[in-house]
Write a protein that binds this ligand. Structure first.
Ligand code: CP3
Length: 356
């Protein structure tokens, strides 16, 4: 395999020396970019865009053409897995994701099986191969999956934006049923991520957007345990290169030590934690990715630059930091503020990587 021209992102995840702090943005291909909205209109809707590998490749590359980002992320969604399980994913305009057939009855839950990624999610695997070809070894490609618990939240409630009362009721009354869903999701996510790695994903990230709603004990039993199972069953090397694994629990600031102990390579941090304190807590066990408040991108380029400087200063000197937002970029972000962020990270981080 020819070498990557820019492997700064992979090196930082593995806590190897770099010249500057690499940066990418969660949801970097999205509605804040006019060219994304144009391609989405050509596809018809968001899900058709995900299911068309040519157009998914096109939008994956759009933010890289505008900003000096150090990684690309597969354009897709975490809810492709439950869609492939037959739950009928759709996006009602302006309302976020919904399922036609959420899991309600015990027999529906017992009938759930993990989809074969090549057979049922071939459009994602094809997109990974096509994006790798289009990137031509410029920057690494990140693959991803939802966490078993976060997927279960949508599968049980049938939509987001709820307080997850149905999921929590099941967790306390029928933990056996929830464990069955989670075990199936963990198998599905493992197969899915391994297929993405096989097709060319050079790092993978597990998004646990809703783990933070759980109690301390429930987080360990119903979310972290299943993510740890995925981590231990992933292919950690492909084509002679290490494939780093990133775990991200939004609202997971209390549990960083336990997350690091799963054997993952890096943790994603939301904006509620101080990244310097997080670094002290996890030591040299894992790299850290994050954690600028996405709302800062609603301000102006000068403010963005100042706030970027604060995150870099909090992390301090040395290796192991990948700059990112604490959660996905807002659709109301002016693109010039995203540009200011990427440039500021590259410029302001160099002094933190001078050794000797
Ligand atoms: O980061 C990237 O650029 C890669 C693509 C990506 C998307 N979704 C595209 C998307 C990734 C990694 C995701 C992950 C995802 N999807 C998560 C986990 C991360 C997080 O944000 O917490 C979750 C919970 C979902 C489920 C989902 N998909 C929701 C809740 C929504 C609606 C959110 C909104 O902003 O309206 C989506 C839709 C979605 N996924 C969009 C994009 C670009 C916007 C859809 C559109 O174009 O209309």
């Amino acid at each position: 395999m020819p070498k990557l021209k820019n492997d700064t992102f992979l090196r930082a995840l593995l806590r190897e020396p770099v010249d500057y702090t690499p940066v990418w943005l969660m949801r970097q291909a999205g509605r804040y970019l006019p060219e994304y909205n144009q391609t989405r209109a050509r596809a018809g809707d968001f899900l058709s865009l995900c299911k068309n590998p040519d157009l998914a490749t096109e939008v994956t590359l759009q933010p890289l053409a505008r900003f000096p980002l150090d990684a690309a992320i597969l354009f897709s969604d975490i809810l492709t897995i439950p869609d492939a399980m037959g739950l009928g994913l759709y996006f009602a305009e302006g309302e976020g994701p919904k399922f036609e057939r959420p899991l309600r009855e015990e027999w529906e839950i017992r009938a759930l099986t993990a989809p074969d990624p090549v057979e049922h999610l071939g459009y994602v695997i094809d997109a990974v191969s096509q994006i790798r070809r289009a990137l031509d070894n410029s920057v690494p490609l990140i693959g991803f999956s939802g966490s078993p618990f976060t997927l279960a939240c949508y599968m049980i409630e049938g939509q987001g934006g709820t307080d997850f009362a149905t999921v929590k009721k099941m967790l306390y009354q029928r933990p056996d049923l929830l464990h069955h869903i989670l075990a199936t999701n963990a198998r599905a996510a493992t197969d899915y991520l391994n297929a993405q790695i096989e097709a060319g994903a050079q790092a993978v990230m597990i998004f646990d957007t809703w783990g933070g709603v759980l109690s301390h004990a429930a987080y360990h039993e119903f979310s972290l345990r299943y993510m740890a199972g995925i981590v231990s069953n992933l292919k950690r090397e492909h084509d002679g290169a290490k494939v780093p694994v990133i775990l991200f629990t939004k609202g997971g600031g209390n549990w960083l030590e336990a997350m690091a102990a799963t054997g993952c390579d890096a943790l994603g941090l939301d904006w509620t934690v101080d990244i310097g304190s997080a670094r002290t807590r996890v030591g040299d066990q894992v790299g850290l990715q994050g954690n600028l408040d996405p709302a800062i991108l609603l301000s102006d380029p000068d403010t963005v630059r100042i706030e970027v400087g604060k995150v870099l200063a909090s992390y301090g000197h040395g290796n192991g930091h990948v700059f990112n937002l604490g959660h996905g970029i807002s659709q109301f972000t002016p693109p010039e503020n995203a540009a200011a962020l990427a440039h500021a990270v590259h410029e302001l981080s160099r002094p933190y990587h001078i050794t000797g």
